[in-house]
Structure formats: C-alpha cells, structure tokens
Design a protein around this ligand. Structure first.
Ligand SMILES: Nc1ncnc2c1ncn2[C@@H]1O[C@H](COP(=O)(O)OP(=O)(O)OP(=O)(O)O)[C@@H](O)[C@H]1O
Ligand SMILES: [Mg+2]
Length: 390
C-alpha cells in the first residue's frame, strides 16, 4: 500500500467525529443490538436506548437500521426547538407515497402523483398522537421503524408526553410500526417521563461504556487494515485512556497511526503514542476542549485550576462517577506537594460548577453529603490525557 492509500484507509477506519454507519466498522454491542432488534421484531414493542454521552448510541441506531432488512427505517435527529409536529414532519417527509388517479373520458391515461406522507399534516391544525396512526394508514402493510435520536435535546415536556401517548396507542393498535427513542440520560424517566402504562410496551436498553474487548476490536481492525502492528503496551494505553469512550480510541489510533505512517514505520510504538496524545488533545471534540479552556483560564501564573482538575480526575469515583471533597484534597496534596485548605478547595470546586468556568463539574448532594463529578464524562478522559502530556 502506498502512503496515500494508507491515508485513505486511515480516514475510513478511524472516525473520531462521526458515528459509525457501516457494519464492518461497528464493534461489540451484540447484547444491545440483539435486544433492540428483538424489540423491533416483536409486535407491539417499542424501545428506548439511553446512556452517557459519547458511548455509541447513534452508531447503534445506524447499524440496527441496516441490520433489519425487512423494515423501512426512518431516522430523525431531534433539536432543542423541535416539537411533536416538527419531528413528525421531518419523519414523514422520508416516507414517499404515490397516488394514482384515473383520467377523464375514453383513452385517458392514469395519472400518478408522487408526494410524501408529510403532506397529510396540513389536514391537522393541531397534531395529536392519534392523528399519526391515521396518517400512517396508507403504509401500514409495511414494517416501518421510526428512530428519534438525541431525544434529550427536546426541551418541551409536552412533546415527551405526546410521544409517550403515541407509543402506548401504537402498541395497542398498530403492529407494523416501531418507534425507537435514543438519548443521553442516566435513566429512562429523565428522557420520556414516568409512565406506568409504557412498562410493557417500551423496552429499556441501557448503553454502557464499551469494554476493553470492544475497544480492542476497533484498534485491531484499523491496524490490520493499515498493515500496522501495535505493541501490547501501547494497545493497553489506548484502551485505558479511552475510559470506555470509543471517541478516544478512534482519536488516539487515528493520530498514532498517522505519525507511524509518516515515519514509514511498521509499528504503532510508544513514541507515536506520545505524539498521538498531543494531537488528540488538539483535535478532541470542540465542546470538550472549550470546557477545559474555560475551566482553567487564568491570568495569574500560579493558578491552581489545572491542578484541581487533575486531582478530580485522579480521585476514586463511585458507581455514579462522583468523588468526595476529601478525596480531591488528598489527591491535590499528593500532586502539588502542599496541603490545600478545605475552604479553598470548596471555593474552587464551586467555581468549576459555574458557567464562566465552563460548568466542567457538577455538584451532587446525596443524603446530605456533597460530591462532585465531571458534567461531561468525556471531559474526565480529556483531563487524564492532559495530565499524561504534562
Ligand atoms: N460500536 C462501535 N464500533 C466502533 N466505533 C464506534 C462504535 N460506537 C461508536 N463508535 C465511535 O465512537 C464515537 C461516538 O459514537 P456515537 O456518535 O455513536 O456516540 P453517541 O453515544 O451517539 O454520542 P452522543 O452522546 O454525543 O450523541 C464515534 O467516533 C463513533 O465512530
Ligand atoms: Mg449521538
């Protein structure tokens, strides 16, 4: 393979910024994929796929649609100002419809007009869940799958309510239509609300972070395609620094392999990994970089912001990714070699929860005790990379 050919392959196999669209680049997730496909195949079942930011929800949404060849998939990405009508308008513009009418008189030819189901929306001034069933009637002979991704973006509670009502009534009345909702959330209630009536018909599927084996699949496939080898030590480092987030696996592999290819070396080695962390820090998702910049910005030379964040990243977290002030203080003393006064650390942590410091942390109070966590779990992995670079 020439260098140019390798660069082409590199772009395809490692895509830190784009969800996976093709089956051959999709690794692991067999449990979640089976679970969602079972729900789609089962009459009257719908599904809700939820999990942390960046764990691969959209990718799974793309793959499940290609996996099931007997369904007609329609995917809509929800935005902040969307409501029930605008979401269904976008969904229905993807459902084509042909209407044939007879002409008038002898020898007249039939006329076929092509449109989409979205045109039917004009019949309803205020769109209600029951109307959707009516609108979908002309296509009910087909198996249809409607995926609504980034459902957490929806700001109106009434829109969530309408989706809950729709799912319930489709489950009772329309066997051929399945709705899959995807969004960032710790739990289903935050995403769609608390509805006892949905318990039976809405399958809850949690997307966990990817495990080492799954992340290893991404690494090995990409390196094989590039005809590169990787030492066990570097492979482990890529997995550890990814912390279960495939974004970082793609990022560290993309830049590590790029450097190895430029060096014309057959291996992704430890020195390439060092280069890769620098490049990954520069090329990480803009939102994460921006949050870190805001959190650590200071005009004073002896600023402690970075050290406090390093201490947070090193602190042992509980099952909810939270850590205590005591743990942060201990880590801070260890890192800086000097003790930190409790009032100072509390002040710093409080500021890091505010918007002018990028809200990089959030404060959680459980049973009266205060804990902190990174608001975006991907930021913690970023802080670890910064610490390594330091
Ligand atoms: N199963 C997988 N195999 C290989 N790469 C994956 C897989 N799942 C996700 N990725 C990669 O991980 C990154 C994040 O994936 P994706 O956008 O699907 O996550 P997400 O959970 O939808 O993120 P967000 O919460 O920001 O919407 C992308 O670079 C994508 O290519
Ligand atoms: Mg997504």
């Amino acid at each position: 393979m020439t260098k140019e050919e390798k660069e082409q392959v590199l772009m395809r196999v490692f895509s830190p910024m784009a969800p996976i669209k093709s089956q051959d680049l999709f690794f692991g997730r067999s449990l979640q994929l089976d679970s969602v496909c079972d729900a789609i195949n089962e009459q009257g079942q719908h599904a809700i796929l939820y999990g942390e930011r960046g764990v691969g929800k959209t990718s799974l949404g793309n793959i499940m649609a290609t996996h099931l060849t007997h369904v007609y998939p329609v995917k809509v990405t929800c935005a902040r100002d969307d409501d029930f009508r605008s979401l269904w308008y976008r969904a229905l513009t993807n459902v084509p419809m042909a209407t044939t009418t007879d002409g008038i008189g002898f020898n007249s030819t039939q006329k076929t007009e092509y449109s989409t189901l979205a045109d039917s929306l004009t019949n309803y001034e205020e769109l209600m869940p029951a109307h959707i069933e009516h609108i979908l009637k002309p296509v009910l002979a087909n198996r249809m799958l409607f995926v609504f991704d980034e459902f957490d973006n929806i700001s109106k509670n009434s829109t969530r309510e309408q989706f809950a009502d729709l799912i319930k009534s489709l489950s009772d009345n329309c066997d051929n239509i399945t709705i899959v909702i995807i969004g960032i959330s710790d739990n289903v209630v935050n995403l769609i609300g608390n509805h006892q009536s949905l318990e039976r018909c809405l399958k809850q599927i949690k997307m966990p972070r990817m495990n080492s084996e799954e992340l290893g699949g991404i690494i090995d496939n990409g390196l094989n395609a590039l005809n590169l080898k990787i030492t066990n030590d570097v492979r482990k480092k890529v997995i550890d620094f990814s912390m279960g987030f495939p974004h970082y696996t793609h990022l560290l592999c993309k830049y590590g392999c790029k450097v190895a290819i430029n060096d014309e070396k057959p291996n992704y080695s430890a020195s390439h990994f060092k280069e890769a962390t620098k490049l990954a820090i520069e090329n990480v998702q803009e939102q994460i970089k921006d949050g870190y910049r805001k959190a650590t910005f200071s005009s004073a030379q002896e600023s402690q912001w970075e050290q406090v964040l390093f201490a947070c990243a090193k602190s042992e977290a509980d099952e909810y990714n939270c850590f205590t002030i005591k743990e942060i203080s201990n880590q801070f003393s260890e890192l800086s070699g000097k003790p930190l006064v409790k009032v100072n650390i509390t002040h710093n942590l409080g500021k890091l929860c505010q918007s002018d410091r990028g809200e990089i942390l959030e404060k959680i109070t459980v049973d009266g005790s205060v804990k902190y966590r990174f608001s975006n779990p991907l930021s913690k992995a970023y802080v670890n990379l910064k610490m390594y670079e330091d």
